[in-house]
Design a protein around this ligand. Structure first.
Ligand code: SF4
Length: 333
Protein backbone atom coordinates (compact mmCIF):
# COMPACT_ATOMS: atom_id res chain seq x y z
CA UNK A 1 0.00 0.00 0.00
CA UNK A 2 1.36 3.43 -0.85
CA UNK A 3 0.66 6.87 0.60
CA UNK A 4 1.88 10.45 -0.10
CA UNK A 5 5.19 11.59 -1.55
CA UNK A 6 6.74 12.35 1.87
CA UNK A 7 9.71 10.33 3.02
CA UNK A 8 8.03 9.57 6.35
CA UNK A 9 4.29 9.87 6.78
CA UNK A 10 2.74 9.09 10.16
CA UNK A 11 -1.06 8.85 10.42
CA UNK A 12 -3.01 8.68 13.69
CA UNK A 13 -0.16 7.01 15.56
CA UNK A 14 -1.22 5.74 18.99
CA UNK A 15 0.49 3.95 21.84
CA UNK A 16 -2.04 2.98 24.50
CA UNK A 17 -1.37 0.58 27.37
CA UNK A 18 -2.89 -0.57 30.62
CA UNK A 19 -0.96 0.54 33.71
CA UNK A 20 -1.47 -1.45 36.94
CA UNK A 21 -0.60 0.42 40.11
CA UNK A 22 -2.15 -2.05 42.54
CA UNK A 23 -4.75 -4.80 42.77
CA UNK A 24 -7.60 -2.30 42.41
CA UNK A 25 -5.91 0.47 40.46
CA UNK A 26 -5.40 -0.07 36.76
CA UNK A 27 -5.65 2.68 34.16
CA UNK A 28 -5.55 3.15 30.43
CA UNK A 29 -2.60 5.33 29.49
CA UNK A 30 -2.72 7.07 26.12
CA UNK A 31 1.01 7.83 25.90
CA UNK A 32 0.60 8.78 22.23
CA UNK A 33 -2.90 9.45 20.93
CA UNK A 34 -3.63 10.05 17.26
CA UNK A 35 -0.40 11.78 16.21
CA UNK A 36 -0.05 12.71 12.52
CA UNK A 37 2.92 14.31 10.78
CA UNK A 38 5.12 14.11 7.70
CA UNK A 39 8.82 14.57 7.02
CA UNK A 40 10.19 15.25 3.55
CA UNK A 41 13.61 14.10 2.37
CA UNK A 42 16.37 16.36 3.68
CA UNK A 43 14.02 18.14 6.11
CA UNK A 44 13.86 18.30 9.90
CA UNK A 45 10.73 17.96 11.99
CA UNK A 46 11.18 19.11 15.57
CA UNK A 47 8.96 17.76 18.34
CA UNK A 48 8.78 19.68 21.60
CA UNK A 49 6.88 19.28 24.84
CA UNK A 50 7.40 18.78 28.53
CA UNK A 51 8.39 15.49 30.10
CA UNK A 52 5.51 12.99 29.73
CA UNK A 53 4.18 14.63 26.56
CA UNK A 54 4.82 11.43 24.59
CA UNK A 55 7.56 12.76 22.29
CA UNK A 56 10.08 9.99 23.11
CA UNK A 57 7.34 7.35 22.84
CA UNK A 58 6.65 8.63 19.31
CA UNK A 59 10.34 8.09 18.49
CA UNK A 60 10.46 4.62 20.03
CA UNK A 61 7.26 3.54 18.29
CA UNK A 62 8.56 4.69 14.90
CA UNK A 63 11.52 2.30 15.14
CA UNK A 64 9.23 -0.22 16.84
CA UNK A 65 11.15 -0.52 20.09
CA UNK A 66 7.65 0.16 21.43
CA UNK A 67 4.95 -1.31 19.18
CA UNK A 68 2.26 1.18 18.09
CA UNK A 69 -1.27 0.16 19.11
CA UNK A 70 -2.90 2.20 16.34
CA UNK A 71 -2.21 4.24 13.25
CA UNK A 72 0.00 3.78 10.22
CA UNK A 73 3.62 4.60 9.42
CA UNK A 74 4.67 4.96 5.78
CA UNK A 75 8.31 5.15 4.75
CA UNK A 76 8.83 6.27 1.17
CA UNK A 77 5.22 5.31 0.42
CA UNK A 78 5.33 1.79 1.92
CA UNK A 79 3.43 0.75 5.03
CA UNK A 80 6.08 -0.17 7.63
CA UNK A 81 3.81 -0.24 10.68
CA UNK A 82 4.02 -3.90 11.61
CA UNK A 83 7.14 -5.34 10.05
CA UNK A 84 8.80 -8.43 11.44
CA UNK A 85 12.04 -10.38 11.04
CA UNK A 86 14.29 -9.49 8.14
CA UNK A 87 12.02 -6.70 6.86
CA UNK A 88 12.03 -5.03 10.30
CA UNK A 89 15.83 -5.27 10.39
CA UNK A 90 16.11 -3.66 6.96
CA UNK A 91 13.65 -0.93 7.97
CA UNK A 92 15.69 -0.16 11.12
CA UNK A 93 18.76 0.30 8.93
CA UNK A 94 16.89 3.05 7.08
CA UNK A 95 15.80 4.80 10.27
CA UNK A 96 18.52 5.23 12.90
CA UNK A 97 18.36 6.68 16.41
CA UNK A 98 20.79 8.87 18.33
CA UNK A 99 19.93 8.96 22.04
CA UNK A 100 20.67 11.46 24.80
CA UNK A 101 22.91 8.90 26.49
CA UNK A 102 25.46 7.55 23.94
CA UNK A 103 25.72 4.37 26.06
CA UNK A 104 22.23 3.50 24.74
CA UNK A 105 23.87 2.83 21.37
CA UNK A 106 27.54 2.24 22.33
CA UNK A 107 28.67 -0.87 24.20
CA UNK A 108 31.33 0.25 26.73
CA UNK A 109 33.23 -3.02 26.08
CA UNK A 110 33.56 -2.35 22.35
CA UNK A 111 36.21 -0.09 20.86
CA UNK A 112 35.05 2.74 18.59
CA UNK A 113 36.35 0.74 15.64
CA UNK A 114 34.32 -2.33 16.58
CA UNK A 115 31.17 -0.32 17.39
CA UNK A 116 31.18 1.39 13.99
CA UNK A 117 32.43 -1.83 12.32
CA UNK A 118 29.40 -3.69 13.69
CA UNK A 119 27.10 -1.19 11.93
CA UNK A 120 29.16 -1.50 8.73
CA UNK A 121 28.61 -5.28 8.82
CA UNK A 122 24.85 -4.64 8.97
CA UNK A 123 25.16 -2.48 5.85
CA UNK A 124 26.94 -5.35 4.10
CA UNK A 125 30.36 -3.69 3.71
CA UNK A 126 33.10 -6.36 3.35
CA UNK A 127 35.30 -6.61 6.46
CA UNK A 128 38.58 -5.66 4.67
CA UNK A 129 37.09 -2.23 3.96
CA UNK A 130 36.02 -1.56 7.55
CA UNK A 131 39.17 0.19 8.81
CA UNK A 132 39.30 2.79 6.03
CA UNK A 133 35.52 3.41 6.29
CA UNK A 134 35.67 3.79 10.08
CA UNK A 135 38.40 6.41 9.58
CA UNK A 136 36.29 8.20 6.95
CA UNK A 137 33.26 8.24 9.24
CA UNK A 138 35.32 9.55 12.16
CA UNK A 139 36.65 12.33 9.95
CA UNK A 140 33.05 13.03 8.84
CA UNK A 141 32.11 13.76 12.45
CA UNK A 142 35.30 15.79 12.99
CA UNK A 143 37.13 13.22 15.12
CA UNK A 144 40.73 12.04 14.56
CA UNK A 145 41.15 8.54 13.12
CA UNK A 146 43.34 7.65 16.13
CA UNK A 147 40.19 7.53 18.28
CA UNK A 148 39.19 4.26 16.61
CA UNK A 149 41.25 2.27 19.13
CA UNK A 150 39.66 3.89 22.17
CA UNK A 151 36.68 2.72 24.24
CA UNK A 152 33.63 4.89 25.00
CA UNK A 153 34.77 5.38 28.61
CA UNK A 154 37.99 6.99 27.34
CA UNK A 155 36.11 9.68 25.39
CA UNK A 156 34.51 12.99 26.39
CA UNK A 157 30.70 13.32 26.24
CA UNK A 158 30.90 15.29 22.98
CA UNK A 159 33.26 12.72 21.40
CA UNK A 160 30.96 9.87 22.43
CA UNK A 161 27.98 11.59 20.83
CA UNK A 162 29.96 12.15 17.62
CA UNK A 163 30.82 8.43 17.59
CA UNK A 164 27.10 7.63 18.01
CA UNK A 165 26.39 9.84 15.00
CA UNK A 166 29.18 8.14 12.99
CA UNK A 167 27.72 4.75 13.91
CA UNK A 168 24.27 5.87 12.75
CA UNK A 169 25.73 7.18 9.46
CA UNK A 170 27.56 3.89 8.84
CA UNK A 171 24.37 2.28 7.52
CA UNK A 172 23.42 5.20 5.21
CA UNK A 173 20.08 5.92 6.88
CA UNK A 174 17.36 8.01 5.26
CA UNK A 175 16.15 9.35 8.60
CA UNK A 176 17.94 9.87 11.90
CA UNK A 177 15.82 10.29 15.00
CA UNK A 178 17.69 12.46 17.51
CA UNK A 179 16.03 11.98 20.90
CA UNK A 180 17.39 14.75 23.17
CA UNK A 181 20.69 14.00 21.40
CA UNK A 182 22.45 17.18 22.56
CA UNK A 183 20.69 17.66 25.90
CA UNK A 184 23.56 16.35 28.01
CA UNK A 185 26.29 18.38 26.27
CA UNK A 186 27.85 21.68 27.36
CA UNK A 187 26.55 24.69 25.46
CA UNK A 188 29.63 25.16 23.25
CA UNK A 189 29.89 21.43 22.42
CA UNK A 190 26.12 21.37 21.77
CA UNK A 191 26.48 24.12 19.16
CA UNK A 192 29.30 22.21 17.45
CA UNK A 193 27.26 18.99 17.30
CA UNK A 194 24.17 20.83 15.97
CA UNK A 195 26.29 22.47 13.25
CA UNK A 196 27.75 19.07 12.43
CA UNK A 197 24.26 17.57 12.07
CA UNK A 198 23.25 20.41 9.75
CA UNK A 199 26.38 19.90 7.61
CA UNK A 200 25.66 16.17 7.37
CA UNK A 201 22.09 16.90 6.28
CA UNK A 202 23.31 19.36 3.67
CA UNK A 203 25.81 16.81 2.29
CA UNK A 204 23.73 13.62 2.42
CA UNK A 205 20.08 14.74 2.27
CA UNK A 206 19.26 12.76 5.42
CA UNK A 207 16.05 13.78 7.21
CA UNK A 208 15.89 14.29 10.97
CA UNK A 209 13.17 13.86 13.53
CA UNK A 210 14.57 16.06 16.27
CA UNK A 211 13.08 15.64 19.70
CA UNK A 212 14.01 18.21 22.29
CA UNK A 213 12.57 20.00 25.28
CA UNK A 214 14.88 22.90 24.33
CA UNK A 215 13.08 25.29 21.97
CA UNK A 216 16.25 27.22 21.07
CA UNK A 217 17.69 23.98 19.69
CA UNK A 218 14.52 23.29 17.69
CA UNK A 219 14.37 26.81 16.32
CA UNK A 220 17.92 26.35 15.03
CA UNK A 221 17.36 22.85 13.62
CA UNK A 222 13.76 22.39 12.52
CA UNK A 223 11.91 23.21 9.30
CA UNK A 224 8.60 22.10 10.82
CA UNK A 225 7.65 21.91 14.49
CA UNK A 226 5.05 19.86 16.36
CA UNK A 227 4.22 20.78 19.95
CA UNK A 228 2.94 17.85 22.05
CA UNK A 229 0.92 17.86 25.25
CA UNK A 230 -0.20 14.65 27.03
CA UNK A 231 0.21 12.41 23.99
CA UNK A 232 -1.31 14.72 21.35
CA UNK A 233 -0.07 17.34 18.91
CA UNK A 234 -1.55 20.69 19.98
CA UNK A 235 0.20 22.90 17.42
CA UNK A 236 1.94 22.15 14.15
CA UNK A 237 3.47 24.41 11.54
CA UNK A 238 6.65 25.67 9.98
CA UNK A 239 9.34 26.67 12.43
CA UNK A 240 8.83 30.32 11.43
CA UNK A 241 5.07 30.16 12.04
CA UNK A 242 5.27 28.40 15.39
CA UNK A 243 8.12 30.47 16.83
CA UNK A 244 7.16 33.86 15.38
CA UNK A 245 3.40 33.55 15.77
CA UNK A 246 2.51 30.79 18.25
CA UNK A 247 -1.25 30.37 18.65
CA UNK A 248 -1.83 27.66 21.26
CA UNK A 249 -1.60 28.99 24.84
CA UNK A 250 0.72 26.08 25.74
CA UNK A 251 3.10 26.90 22.87
CA UNK A 252 3.05 30.57 23.89
CA UNK A 253 3.93 29.69 27.46
CA UNK A 254 6.72 27.29 26.43
CA UNK A 255 8.23 29.94 24.16
CA UNK A 256 7.84 32.70 26.74
CA UNK A 257 9.85 30.60 29.18
CA UNK A 258 12.87 30.74 26.83
CA UNK A 259 14.09 34.35 26.46
CA UNK A 260 16.30 33.57 23.45
CA UNK A 261 13.33 32.49 21.33
CA UNK A 262 10.91 35.12 22.59
CA UNK A 263 10.21 37.74 19.97
CA UNK A 264 10.01 41.35 21.13
CA UNK A 265 6.66 42.75 22.11
CA UNK A 266 4.92 39.44 22.76
CA UNK A 267 2.91 39.13 25.95
CA UNK A 268 4.67 36.72 28.26
CA UNK A 269 2.51 33.87 29.52
CA UNK A 270 3.63 31.98 32.57
CA UNK A 271 3.43 28.19 32.55
CA UNK A 272 1.92 27.31 35.89
CA UNK A 273 1.69 23.88 37.46
CA UNK A 274 2.88 20.49 36.28
CA UNK A 275 1.77 18.44 33.27
CA UNK A 276 -1.04 16.01 34.22
CA UNK A 277 -0.67 12.28 34.80
CA UNK A 278 -1.23 10.71 31.31
CA UNK A 279 -3.09 7.89 33.12
CA UNK A 280 -5.56 10.36 34.57
CA UNK A 281 -5.74 13.48 32.40
CA UNK A 282 -8.23 16.29 33.14
CA UNK A 283 -11.57 16.32 31.32
CA UNK A 284 -12.01 18.35 28.15
CA UNK A 285 -8.83 20.07 27.05
CA UNK A 286 -6.08 18.47 29.17
CA UNK A 287 -4.34 21.86 29.35
CA UNK A 288 -7.34 23.65 30.92
CA UNK A 289 -6.16 23.58 34.59
CA UNK A 290 -3.01 25.48 33.54
CA UNK A 291 -4.47 27.63 30.77
CA UNK A 292 -4.93 31.39 31.28
CA UNK A 293 -7.36 31.54 28.34
CA UNK A 294 -9.67 28.66 29.35
CA UNK A 295 -13.43 29.09 28.92
CA UNK A 296 -16.27 26.80 30.10
CA UNK A 297 -16.20 24.71 26.92
CA UNK A 298 -12.54 23.79 27.65
CA UNK A 299 -13.51 21.83 30.77
CA UNK A 300 -16.08 19.78 28.84
CA UNK A 301 -14.85 19.09 25.32
CA UNK A 302 -11.42 18.12 24.10
CA UNK A 303 -10.41 20.28 21.10
CA UNK A 304 -9.35 18.50 17.92
CA UNK A 305 -6.50 19.74 15.75
CA UNK A 306 -7.97 22.18 13.23
CA UNK A 307 -6.54 24.58 10.67
CA UNK A 308 -6.96 28.32 11.10
CA UNK A 309 -7.78 30.64 8.21
CA UNK A 310 -4.08 31.51 8.10
CA UNK A 311 -3.20 27.84 7.63
CA UNK A 312 -1.72 27.02 11.04
CA UNK A 313 -2.78 23.79 12.78
CA UNK A 314 -3.84 24.10 16.39
CA UNK A 315 -6.00 22.21 18.90
CA UNK A 316 -7.69 24.97 20.90
CA UNK A 317 -11.35 26.03 21.08
CA UNK A 318 -10.53 29.67 21.72
CA UNK A 319 -7.89 30.02 19.01
CA UNK A 320 -10.01 28.25 16.39
CA UNK A 321 -13.03 30.42 17.14
CA UNK A 322 -10.88 33.57 17.12
CA UNK A 323 -8.91 32.73 13.97
CA UNK A 324 -11.62 30.76 12.21
CA UNK A 325 -11.48 27.13 11.23
CA UNK A 326 -10.89 26.69 7.53
CA UNK A 327 -13.20 23.83 6.70
CA UNK A 328 -11.99 23.73 3.10
CA UNK A 329 -8.48 22.73 4.09
CA UNK A 330 -7.42 19.32 5.20
CA UNK A 331 -5.84 19.53 8.64
CA UNK A 332 -2.13 19.79 8.23
CA UNK A 333 0.08 17.85 9.00
FE1 SF4 B 1 -6.75 26.78 26.82
FE2 SF4 B 1 -9.22 26.07 26.18
FE3 SF4 B 1 -7.43 26.36 24.29
FE4 SF4 B 1 -7.28 24.29 25.95
S1 SF4 B 1 -8.91 24.69 24.46
S2 SF4 B 1 -5.62 25.56 25.29
S3 SF4 B 1 -7.96 25.23 27.83
S4 SF4 B 1 -8.20 27.96 25.63
Amino acid sequence: MTQTSSLLSVRDLSVHFRLRRGPKDSRNVRAVDGVTFEIAKGQTLGIAGESGSGKSTVARSLVQITRPTGGTIYLDGSDVTSLKGRRLKEFRRRMQMVFQDPYDSLDPRMSVRDAIGEALSVSGLPRPRHDETVEELLRRVNLPASLARRYPGQLSGGQRQRVSIARALAVNPEIIICDEAVAALDVSIRAQVLNLLKDIQHDTGVAYLFISHDLSTLRFMADQVAIMYVGRVVEYGTSDEVFSRPLHPYTKALIAAVPSVTTRGRTRLKLNGEPPDPGNPPSGCPFHPRCPEAVDQCRLTRPELGTTNEGQSVACHVVLSRHGRDATRQVSP
